[in-house]
Write a protein that binds this ligand. Structure first.
Ligand SMILES: NC(=O)C1=CN([C@@H]2O[C@H](COP(=O)(O)OP(=O)(O)OC[C@H]3O[C@@H](n4cnc5c(N)ncnc54)[C@H](OP(=O)(O)O)[C@@H]3O)[C@@H](O)[C@H]2O)C=CC1
Ligand SMILES: O=C(O)C1=N[C@H](C(=O)O)C[C@H](O)C1
Length: 242
């Protein structure tokens, strides 16, 4: 039976993933939190699943590399330097990093890419997300991955066309930018809408997570999918055949 080790095991997602591991008929190798030794967990796991904090990334990648096992990273809030660390680790082990492990969002990203490819640059793209009051990063990892999908569809760089957190006298909207707005409150598991706004018409593509078990089941599926993969960086779309 596949042994899955959870990083961030006492968190909201860590606890959901433990349930999903059981439901999938896998074995829970154990879990670690802040201050625990992730190398010990890696030594007794076939694959690691990380839903913790960007601060934990370096130690997690070192542990997975030393043990020679794959890692699925669902943590969000990464900066460019974190992505460089993930790329480096993917030279030696299989790594899947995604801001959202659900089937619905993975499909939504395809739809957004397609819409952005087909609609002209005169359609403005805005991404709105809402999450529970305890979420610490914004925009959400999902909003960013949907923004990436839109940017890819348009053939532009998201980094050069992001407009996030408008406030005050901002001036008019810059042509071609992809806008982000983040709402926080209550217990919302994760709502995302991509609005394509044209002349006299508007398309909204949305996903509403009703329960974080959808992320947990996707994470376990992704972790098991990674088991026989060569070193490299993989996407959730590959797991789900999208
Ligand atoms: N990709 C996806 O589909 C999804 C991604 N996420 C992301 O997953 C992450 C976790 O979310 P959530 O479970 O809600 O958050 P929580 O805050 O509930 O859980 C995070 C857990 O990680 C632990 N942790 C913090 N720092 C470290 C560390 N250095 N090493 C090991 N463990 C550590 C925390 O411990 P302590 O409490 O002591 O700090 C806590 O138990 C977030 O980045 C979130 O955005 C969430 C849902 C879906
Ligand atoms: O922190 C959360 O809760 C979530 N985080 C992920 C994100 O940043 O997009 C995925 C999901 O939306 C829930």
């Amino acid at each position: 039976m596949t042994r899955i080790g959870i990083i961030g095991s006492q968190g909201r997602m860590g606890q959901a993933i433990a349930q999903a591991v059981e439901a999938a008929g896998c074995t829970l190798a154990g879990g670690v939190g802040r201050g625990d030794d992730v190398r010990e967990l890696a030594a007794s796991s076939d694959v690691l699943v990380d839903f913790s904090s960007p601060a934990a990334l370096e130690a997690n990648l070192v542990a997975a590399r030393q043990a020679g096992i794959p890692i699925l990273i669902g943590t969000t809030g990464f900066e460019d330097s974190h992505h460089a660390q993930i790329d480096a680790a993917a030279q030696d082990i299989a790594v899947l990093q995604t801001g959202n492990t659900s089937l619905g969002v993975t499909l939504l990203a395809h739809l957004v890419r397609e819409a952005a490819t087909r609609l002209g640059d005169d359609w403005d793209i805005e991404i709105v997300e809402m999450h529970h009051r305890n979420k610490v990063d914004a925009p959400s990892g999902t909003a960013l991955l949907l923004g990436e999908a839109a940017a890819q569809g348009r053939g532009i760089s998201l980094a050069e066309h992001t407009d996030s957190g408008r406030d005050g006298h901002t001036g008019k909207r810059k042509d071609g930018d992809i806008g982000f707005a983040a709402l926080r409150g209550g217990t919302v598991a994760g709502d995302h809408s991509v609005i394509l706004a044209g002349e006299q018409e508007r398309i909204t593509l949305s996903h509403m997570a009703e329960n974080r078990m959808i992320f947990a089941h996707g994470a376990v599926k992704g972790a098991c999918w990674l088991l026989d993969k060569r070193a490299g960086r993989y996407r959730m779309g590959e797991v789900l055949g999208l």
